[in-house]
Design a protein around this ligand. Structure first.
Ligand code: GDP
Length: 518
């Protein structure tokens, strides 16, 4: 009892200097603490959880509040538009906003207010240059948890620059990229995976990407990780209790029980890591190169897949001289299709250059479609091509199937899948799409809370590696202190995923990839 109280006081004193940031830490600890109460030895949970690596987190949270300044930025894209928004966040957001514009009514939380934007340089006091709608979101009920003001004027860069310049003149500081979201994260409003999802939503190019980002913004990934983390903390508390009370009545947890608990932690984490196979391609997309001899029907197949006449189709071989690229969405996966110049011994210099580009496109692509002509026997160039893609994710398409008798056997291409298609009749195109999807995803289905970024995958992989070490330590009957070291490593890795123990330099790197004004 004494020890827990001391620890609780310790954590309270850590948080007392920075009220709002401290609250976030206290809440996260007390929520975890409530869960840990279910296990023996709960009194020591906090002491054991607050290891040096976690104190780092507290220190970061308790550093002098850097957000005493007010930031400002133009939050709409550069250029002209119907409306443009200047955003301010921080303690002086409202007081600066009232000096920027002539409000017709006082600011009130979440109420839009009409205002005039005055032209300082104009003679007389009526020199109105624009009309704006000003909305205050008062702390803590705003995106950043601070006072936040949005001034929506007409989307004239001149007016927006004027407003921003004036805001800076009244004491605001120009916001860094992603700084509004960084403040939301630091206030505990979003965890790191949710903050990253805001950036992904803005960058989304397909509806599936937007949906994935939106579900992560809603905490889908954090919800998948949270139960594992809770169970891990419970196991840590159990082992710590056994160590602290070795001389008391607390039973030492049997080896088999520890192995079972670790195994149960690894299962959902392994499934989460496996979701990266699909998650990362939905997030990043893939490039697919269509290669083959001239006139095999590459451009025709390319047009079938992009569902419009994008590439020029002619009966004259060697007319595609350069690569043509088009982005499509295949079951939500962004695919960049690249149509290439036909591969053959070319006489002309321009065709030779095109062929060199084809080879480069093939080398760069994640997936390859090799197009053969059903009416022609395999030539040496095609044999070399098939050998070059043998161990890569590739599919062989025998095109112009409409020109040969049905049921004709397809060439043996070793381990590569072979399909018959006709770009003319559409035969086999559906199967080709399915095959591309299979190659792209490796058969992994879409699921909620998929891992989409390498940072997330590496955090989960690190947690899994630490748990594998814990399993090994447990199997070799070494003291529980050593198993605990591995378990704490796993905990730190999971914490870094949601941002509870992410070092500042990594945080700065993440937020620097955001756009200004978000
Ligand atoms: P590429 O040089 O490999 O890009 O081939 P193209 O797509 O330009 O096609 C060459 C010629 O073959 C054109 O006259 C096309 O209309 C024709 N072609 C392409 N695919 C098919 C097909 O599946 N069936 C038939 N009958 N003709 C095709």
């Amino acid at each position: 009892m004494g020890r827990f109280d001391a620890c609780h006081r310790e954590s309270a004193s850590h948080t007392s200097n920075a009220p709002w940031r401290g609250i976030a830490v206290s809440c996260c600890i007390s929520m975890d603490y409530r869960r840990a109460c279910h296990v023996d030895g709960f009194r020591f949970y906090l002491r054991s959880y607050l290891r040096p690596q976690h104190l780092h987190c507290l220190q970061r949270m308790n550093a002098p509040n850097p957000n005493s300044d007010t930031i400002a930025a133009i939050s709409t894209p550069p250029g002209r538009g119907g409306i443009g928004i200047v955003r301010l966040s921080g303690p002086q957001a409202a007081s600066i906003a009232v000096q920027l514009v002539r409000l017709r009514h006082p600011l009130e939380h979440a109420r839009a207010r009409l205002a005039d934007v005055a032209d300082d340089g104009a003679a007389g006091e009526t020199g109105r240059i624009d009309e704006a709608v000003v909305t205050l979101f008062a702390a803590p009920n705003s995106y950043t948890s601070e006072d936040l003001v949005e001034i929506a004027a007409h989307g004239s860069p001149v007016v927006l620059e004027l407003l921003l310049g004036r805001a800076l003149g009244f004491g605001a500081r120009l916001a860094e990229p992603g700084e509004f979201t960084q403040r939301a994260y630091l206030s505990g409003k979003l965890d790191l995976t949710q903050a990253e999802a805001v950036r992904d939503l803005i960058a989304a190019q397909t509806l599936t990407q937007a949906r994935l980002a939106a579900s992560q913004m809603g905490g889908a990934l954090s919800r998948r990780v949270e139960p594992v983390k809770t169970a891990l903390i419970e196991l840590v508390a159990l082992l710590e209790a056994g160590i602290d009370f070795a001389e008391d009545d607390i039973d030492v947890t049997p080896q088999a029980e520890i192995a079972r608990c670790i195994g149960e932690l690894m299962l959902p984490l392994a499934a989460l890591e496996a979701s990266f196979a699909r998650g990362h391609i939905v997030h990043d997309g893939l490039t697919l190169a269509i290669v083959g001899r001239p006139n095999a029907g590459k451009s025709s197949l390319f047009n079938c897949l992009v569902q419009r006449d994008r590439a020029i189709v002619t009966a004259t071989p060697g007319t595609t001289r350069d690569t043509v690229a088009e982005r499509i969405s295949l079951d939500g996966i962004p695919l960049e299709l690249v149509d290439t110049a036909g591969l053959r011994e070319a006489a002309e210099e321009v065709e030779q250059l095109g062929i060199a580009r084809s080879r480069e496109a093939m080398a760069d692509a994640a997936l390859v479609i090799v197009v053969l002509d059903a009416t022609e026997p395999l030539n040496d160039e095609e044999r070399r091509l098939l050998a070059a893609v043998e161990n890569r994710p590739a599919v062989v398409v025998v095109n112009k199937s409409d020109l040969v008798e049905t049921g004709r056997s397809l060439p043996d291409c070793g381990s590569l899948p072979v399909l018959a298609t006709s770009a003319l009749t559409g035969e086999g195109i559906h199967e080709l799409r399915e095959r591309i999807l299979l190659l792209a995803t490796g058969g992994a289905a879409a699921e909620p809370g998929m891992l989409t970024s390498l940072r997330h995958q590496q955090a989960v992989a690190a947690a899994l590696a630490a748990l594998a070490d814990a399993t090994e330590s447990n199997a070799s009957s070494i003291p529980h202190e050593m198993i605990l070291l591995d378990l704490y490593r796993a905990l730190t890795a999971l914490d870094s995923l949601t941002g509870q123990t992410t070092p500042d330099d990594i945080l700065n790197l993440i937020f620097s990839t955001f756009c200004i004004g978000k």
